[in-house]
Design a protein around this ligand. Structure first.
Ligand code: TXA
Ligand code: MG
Length: 343
């Protein structure tokens, strides 16, 4: 399949808008940027188009997709009731990186909900994402634009590498500003439950709802609350060794590994650690005091490891405050929940 690539400057053209609409009307796929990660979108009401997404990504059929909207009136087609709690969260966080899980209407095809009676909805803040949903005139179901199990794509170069020739259109929106996927909050439970942490944190949600909420994302459950919880995620080809302990000890262990393993190993670290490393393959995520920057660079770093054919990737844990909880959630998954304590 020939993939058309559009740049930012093409987005203003009428012919681009017509092409976007034509592709979605005909059941095709568009890769578009959002503020979290890139998404691979199809008409949310077209089960055959949604099935193409599952095929292209190699995604298990029971892992549901998020429906992306650009206007609140679209919610009526997707969910039967919008509670007062939902209204308060929408008012506080939409458009933005918070996905809300509702009871679905009959119109929402079960192909996109992994056979569940619920539907996850998100109103992205990214202007290109909003423009695309606006011109195609339908909500788009869209998972992250990566091959299933791999780190999500936060750069145009990464989606191009994975998906060129497999989708109709890819839009180059540059680097995703947040770099980690949205917070997923289940509103069908009482109290609401975080299924995936993101940059909208538990504390931020609790402040709006004025009550405590649950967090199911920390526990690896036998019967996961969200289908996405049970699959391997964010896994580069190499193994990740996740170190926890005093900073100097982490630096010592990493430098010893560099001496013993040479260029087969790599180090993905905060600036305060990386500046003290002697290894060849050092990826500086940014200062420990700037967790937003660390979050925005994490998937880029993990993907770079595959390009370098690294066999062992040394990393360290991060504080779980604020967006740190989302960073650690992705890191623990990528490392298969193994933490090596150094002291
Ligand atoms: O930031 C994001 O959310 C990005 C961008 C593209 O919007 N999308 C994204 O989609 O991360 P995806 O498919 O990679 O992750 C969606 C997560 C999965 O863990 C899935 O299991 C969960 O949301 N999910 C979707 N629908 C659900 C539902 N009805 N109930 C529970 N979990 C659901
Ligand atoms: Mg994903």
């Amino acid at each position: 399949m020939k993939t058309t690539i559009y740049q930012l400057k093409d987005m203003q053209r009428k012919t681009t808008a017509e092409h976007l609409k034509q592709v979605i009307d005909q059941g095709g796929l568009i890769v578009f940027p959002t503020e979290t990660v890139y998404g691979i979108g199809a008409n949310a009401f077209d089960p055959a188009a949604a099935e193409k997404i599952y095929r292209v990504k190699g995604r298990p059929k029971d892992n549901p997709l998020i429906v992306h909207i650009d206007h609140l009136h679209q919610l009526k087609r997707l969910t039967k009731t919008i509670s007062d709690e939902a209204k308060r969260l929408i008012q506080a966080f939409w458009p933005g990186p918070l996905t809300l899980v509702f009871q679905k209407t009959n119109e929402v095809p079960k192909t996109i909900t992994g056979n569940l009676d619920t539907v996850a909805v998100r109103f992205p803040a990214n202007a290109i994402a909003q423009h695309v949903i606006g011109v195609v005139k339908t909500p788009l179901c869209a998972p992250s634009a990566n091959i299933s199990g791999k780190p999500s794509s936060t750069l145009f170069e990464h989606v191009k590498k994975d998906l060129e020739g497999k989708v109709d259109i890819i839009i180059d929106g540059g680097k995703s500003t947040i770099g980690l996927e949205s917070t997923v909050l289940d509103l069908t439970t009482s109290p609401p439950t975080i299924l995936r942490p993101g940059s909208v944190t538990k504390a931020m949600i609790e402040a709006v709802l004025e009550k405590p909420i649950d967090d199911a994302s920390e526990v690896y459950q036998i019967a996961p609350r969200s289908p996405g919880m049970k699959y391997t995620h964010y896994k580069p080809q190499g193994d990740i060794v996740l170190l926890e302990g005093p900073t100097q000890k982490i630096i010592d262990v990493m430098n010893q590994a560099a001496l013993e393993e040479g260029d087969r190993c790599a180090f993905i670290c905060a600036h305060e650690v990386s500046e003290k490393l002697i290894g060849q393959n050092v990826f500086d995520l940014g200062s420990i005091n700037d967790p937003e920057t660390i979050a925005s660079n994490l998937f880029i770093a993990l993907r770079t490891m595959d390009d370098l054919n690294i066999t062992t990737i040394y990393m360290h844990t991060f504080s779980k405050t604020h967006i740190g909880s989302a960073i650690m959630n992705r890191l623990l998954k990528a490392a298969g929940y193994k933490v090596v304590k150094v002291a």
